[in-house]
Design a protein around this ligand. Structure first.
Ligand SMILES: NC(=O)c1ccc[n+]([C@@H]2O[C@H](COP(=O)([O-])OP(=O)(O)OC[C@H]3O[C@@H](n4cnc5c(N)ncnc54)[C@H](O)[C@@H]3O)[C@@H](O)[C@H]2O)c1
Length: 249
């Protein structure tokens, strides 16, 4: 068991990637705390003793604090954090991007990652160990037109993660960013412009942009998250791992 005696908090646990990450970590023996605004997809794990689900808006400081308190009450320590919550941006010309939607994208994709990391680090420092995986996007490396706010938010996640890696290295806390390529979850279609044909967008824009020829699956992402959290990756910090079928080349 890769994660015996580990407790990992997963933000965005009710999403396409998040759910798969939760299930992969549970199968590897971790205690898992799944946090999301919507935890319905996690219903079948509610009776598992090594799982705790927390329904919360993770943009609220108090909710984040409470989530970690509940996690530690049940499992004593926090050894890992995965930030897999987020929102897409529908492809929009910059002159039509409202300030409100700009703020919303930056807040959910970046500020929420900050709040989750800030809280996790308090517990990880006590243990002098920990591993953080923040989910970015290949769009940071290979932007698409009309996704300015999304690309900026994910670029900030990358820089933030590198800054954390350096700051936390002396506490034996690792921080890495994983950039997924186009992945077959509910989010993918939300990148399409209003009124676009979703199936055409998925095939013509997304699948064909991946040199290896397939959309990523949530399982592809979960396996790499599991590696980055594991002891096998103990000397990897501040790294950017593209799990994108070659899209970032
Ligand atoms: N799907 C893709 O093609 C793709 C590609 C690159 C990067 N990503 C990134 O991967 C991550 C996971 O994406 P996904 O495809 O699983 O998306 P998803 O939409 O399936 O899941 C995102 C989850 O985040 C949760 N969430 C959003 N705001 C929240 C808040 N304020 N509080 C609590 N939970 C909140 C949602 O409820 C949802 O369950 C995201 O950060 C996304 O930007 C996705």
């Amino acid at each position: 068991m890769l994660f015996k005696d580990s407790t990992v908090v997963v933000a965005g646990a009710g999403g396409g990637m998040g759910k798969e990450i939760v299930e992969t970590l549970l199968a590897e023996g971790a205690n898992v705390v799944g946090c999301d605004m919507n935890v319905d997809k996690l219903d079948n794990h509610h009776n598992q003793s090594n799982f705790l689900s927390i329904k919360a808006n993770l943009l609220e400081e108090n909710a984040v604090e409470k989530a970690f308190l509940k996690a530690v009450e049940k499992f004593d320590t926090i050894t890992g954090l995965v930030n897999a919550a987020g929102i897409a941006q529908s492809s929009t010309p910059i002159e039509d991007v409202s300030l409100e939607s700009w703020h919303k994208t930056i807040d959910i994709n970046m500020t929420m990652t900050f709040l989750m990391c800030r809280e996790a680090v308090k517990y990880m420092k006590k243990e002098q160990q920990g591993s953080i995986v923040n989910i970015g996007s290949v769009a940071t490396t290979r932007p698409r037109p009309g996704l300015q706010a999304y690309v900026a938010s994910k670029g900030a996640v990358e820089s933030f993660t590198k800054a954390l890696a350096l700051e936390l290295a002396s506490f034996k806390i690792n921080a890495n960013v994983l950039h997924p390529g186009p992945c077959d979850t509910d989010m993918l279609e939300q990148f399409a412009a209003d009124g676009a044909n979703i199936e055409e967008v998925k095939e013509d824009i997304f699948r064909q942009s991946v040199p290896l020829g397939n959309l990523l699956t949530p399982g592809d992402i979960a396996n790499s998250v599991s590696f980055l959290l594991s002891k096998e990756a103990k000397m990897i910090t501040g790294s950017v791992l593209h799990v994108d079928g070659g899209r970032g080349i």
